[in-house]
Design a protein around this ligand. Structure first.
Ligand code: B4P
Length: 182
């Protein structure tokens, strides 16, 4: 079974939802950069306040910061892991690749969750997080198209990307993903 995974997709595609379920049933470390950043915001540290401004505008937090968070979590782990929401641009993908080469743990599979914009907007507005109002969501979709979407080609070229339609029920999508992993 593949046990070094990346979940890729637009905001609201269900990366976090599926990553939680798949990591639990396969005993993988679930590393969500969004959750780690929100935890820093919640701590009300100086850094958390700066992160909050960036997240609530729909932009990406700096590569340097996100990379240092991921590196500290991954180097202490030598079994399986699932990266959710990371990498989010080519710089992060390249930095991840050199880190993984250093620790000899290459990515085995990238799952790309495909969902149309209308459904994404509907799901995120229903979720209602601080960064889930329509104006910010539209900016997140724009940032996704400009910065994150090129990773689909990047991992397709490496021959490790599989697409999954992300518009069914949560359970049916999980079943599709599990079938790809075995
Ligand atoms: P994230 O926390 O990664 O969240 P997301 O992309 O908005 O959502 P996700 O795809 O995980 O959707 P979810 O399962 O929750 O990013 C938030 C922000 O953090 C970014 O904008 C950025 O500022 C920052 N950030 C994170 N990582 C970064 C990085 N690497 N570099 C720089 N900045 C970074 O699902 C959404 C909703 O849909 C939920 O309510 C869920 O219940 C529902 N849902 C899911 N699947 C469904 C289904 N099949 N049917 C019906 N509803 C469903």
């Amino acid at each position: 079974m593949s046990n070094r995974l990346i979940f890729l997709g637009p905001p609201g595609a269900g990366k976090g939802t599926q990553a939680q379920r798949v990591s639990e049933s396969n005993n993988l470390l679930h590393l969500s950069t969004g959750d780690l950043l929100r935890a820093e915001v919640k701590s009300e540290s100086e850094l958390g306040k700066q992160i909050s401004v960036v997240m609530n505008s729909g932009e990406l937090v700096s590569d340097e910061l996100v990379l240092s968070i991921v590196e500290s979590k991954l180097v202490s782990k030598n079994s399986g892991w699932l990266l959710d929401g990371f990498p989010r641009n080519v710089t992060q993908a390249e930095a991840l690749q050199s880190l993984l080469e250093k620790i000899n743990q290459p990515v085995e599979l990238v799952i790309f969750l495909e969902v149309n914009d209308e459904l994404l907007l509907h799901r995120l507005i229903a979720r209602g997080r601080a960064d889930d109002n329509e104006e910010v969501i539209r900016n997140r979709l724009k940032v996704y198209r400009e910065k994150t979407a090129p990773l689909v080609q990047h991992y397709t070229d490496q021959g490790i990307l599989k697409s999954v339609k992300g518009d069914g029920s949560i359970e049916s999508i999980e079943t599709l993903i599990q079938a790809i992993l075995v």
